[in-house]
Design a protein around this ligand. Structure first.
Ligand code: FAD
Ligand code: SF4
Ligand code: SF4
Length: 478
């Protein structure tokens, strides 16, 4: 082992520089700077090269983290890039937006009392640096294959599968109802976490690799699903989950109460230079308004922080549990608090006040009760604890469910779970329809980019197997 490693006793943990709050409140640029090469090497050298690397065990992609940290510490950056990209299609994206505190870094076992290796920031550095130096090149398959695959959905799940299939030499067609590639990475996740250029750069690389995109094309509406199946040797459904969970109660229909994804999409599109009528009219713009976001997940965090940047008068987040029991990443909560967001823990909305437009939220205090079968504490309202929060824009960020794909695709035989997600064979990734595979949120329910990438890669391996088996059978029959 080189004496460069195991430096955690001598070198303290350092995260990339975070921009000052006053600056970052006013724009949508990423808040973390990139490591300088020296810093990346120094931080990588803190790794103790564990025999059983728990960081890797808890990375959904089983990235070879200790190996690429060692290469980075030694300045062998091209090899580090080769290694990082061998298990991850979009390392620079995961390095930015994985909840590392719950995954790799949260499981780094540097001795107690020392903070974890900054794995995500190094992964981001390795790939950004590789792009800068021209080491990231389009895919050039060794040989072209005659068969084609149709991938429905250009989110991380569909895109990872597209790359893997193209590497095998297939003719890859990706269909998406949006006008841009990226799925939630382009229209859901805000620029201050993931700048749009990073996603657009990948889109260009994929086009240069020969992957064909059919945008503004909704399967089931613009192209019947049966026609798509007939066109390709295998089909992958990676359509994500988009049906927002709603909230009822008195006043729920007032204007000024909007869904999180409508709000975030309008903001992201505006940032990309699109004309968005609902943003221009003010309906989806938080500027000058008292904003209340309902929910405690990552989508809620993205909404509160977007509202701050749009110049809201005040921004509050209402969540029915407490800080320790919220699903959102602690890092994002801390960032939001720094930027001036007020969290109203243990509070749930009961009614929305106002005549035509919302003017306030009547909420009730909650307390955490006994643990239920899932291990989570139940939440119960505290009688007589009502209070009112002023609000001229209420954003509902309560999570997402799958749309009814059986109806959308006109396929009653497409098996779904009781939650509406697609049922797949756990080994083959195939749905109940022969030759139709599925990956990402539409199988798991709302999850993470890194899991969608993992599923896309695994599904691609199975599609390859399926197509080759069919080809062998056809050849034998001739
Ligand atoms: P998606 O990214 O949803 O892509 C699905 C694509 O399918 C879309 O482009 C859609 O237009 C297309 N599509 C759907 N139906 C059709 C059809 N019939 N025909 C053609 N196209 C269709 N994860 C993280 O890891 N870190 C984060 O910080 C993070 N932040 C998030 C913030 C927000 C606001 C949201 C909503 C999610 C966030 N996530 C985050 C979760 C992450 O974005 C998703 O888990 C991931 O994008 C799922 O990938 P996917 O490929 O399954 O689906
Ligand atoms: Fe960590 Fe995500 Fe990178 Fe895996 S992909 S090493 S979990 S940042
Ligand atoms: Fe290095 Fe931490 Fe992974 Fe161990 S757990 S190999 S110290 S990054």
């Amino acid at each position: 082992m080189p004496d460069r490693m195991l430096q955690f006793v001598r070198v303290p943990q350092q995260t990339p520089e975070k921009r000052a709050v006053t600056a970052r409140r006013t724009d949508f640029d990423e808040i973390y700077a990139r490591f300088a090469a020296d810093d990346a090497a120094r931080q990588s050298s803190r790794c103790s090269q564990c025999g059983v690397p728990f960081c890797q065990v808890h990375c959904p992609l089983s990235n070879n983290i200790p190996d690429w940290l060692k290469l980075t510490a030694e300045g062998r950056l091209e090899e580090a890039y080769e290694m990082a990209s061998s298990t991850n299609n979009f390392p620079e994206i995961c390095g930015r937006i994985c909840p590392q505190d719950r995954l790799c870094e949260g499981n780094c076992v540097i001795e107690k009392g020392f903070e974890s290796v900054t794995i995500g920031a190094v992964e981001r550095f390795i790939t950004d640096n590789a792009f800068d130096r021209g080491w990231v090149q389009p895919i050039r398959p060794a040989a072209e294959r005659p068969q084609s695959v149709g991938i429905v959905g250009a989110g991380p799940g569909g895109l990872a599968a597209a790359e893997e299939m193209r590497r095998h030499g297939y003719q890859v067609h990706v269909y998406d109802r949006y006008d841009r590639v990226g799925g939630l990475m382009i229209y859901g996740i805000p620029g201050f976490k993931l700048e749009k250029d990073i996603v657009l750069r990948r889109w260009k690389l994929m086009e240069d690799s020969g992957i064909i995109f059919h945008l503004n094309t909704e399967i089931g509406r613009d192209i019947p699903f049966a026609a798509l199946r007939a066109r390709h040797d295998a089909v992958l459904l990676a359509t994500g989950v988009y049906k927002p969970r709603d909230i009822g109660g008195p006043g729920a229909g007032l204007s000024g109460i909007v869904a999180a994804l409508d709000y975030l999409t309008a903001s992201n599109r505006t940032g990309l230079g699109d004309e968005v009528p609902d943003f221009a009219s003010g309906a989806l713009d938080a500027a000058g308004r008292d904003v209340v976001v309902i929910g405690g997940g990552d989508t809620a965090m993205d909404c509160v922080r977007t509202a701050v940047r749009q110049g809201a008068k005040s921004v509050k987040c209402l969540y029915r549990r407490d800080r320790a029991n919220m699903p959102g990443s602690m890092r994002e909560v801390k960032n939001a608090e720094e930027e001036g967001v007020e969290f109203v823990w243990l509070s749930a909305p009961e009614a929305f006040l106002g005549d035509d437009s919302v003017s306030g939220v009547r909420a009730v205090r909650m307390h955490l009760g006994l643990h239920d079968a899932s291990g989570r504490q139940s939440v119960e309202p505290i009688e007589g604890s009502h209070f009112t929060v002023p609000a001229s824009l209420v954003i509902k960020a309560l999570g997402f469910d799958p749309e009814d794909l059986q109806s959308a695709l006109g396929q009653r035989d497409l098996a779904v779970s009781r939650w509406g997600t697609l049922k797949t064979d756990r080994r083959t990734f195939m749905t109940s329809l022969p030759g139709v595979f599925a990956a990402g949120d539409i199988v798991r329910g709302a999850s993470l980019v890194v899991w969608a990438i993992r599923d896309g890669r695994d599904a691609a391996a199975q599609m390859h197997r399926h197509i080759q088996q069919n080809a062998a059978v056809a050849a034998a029959a001739e």
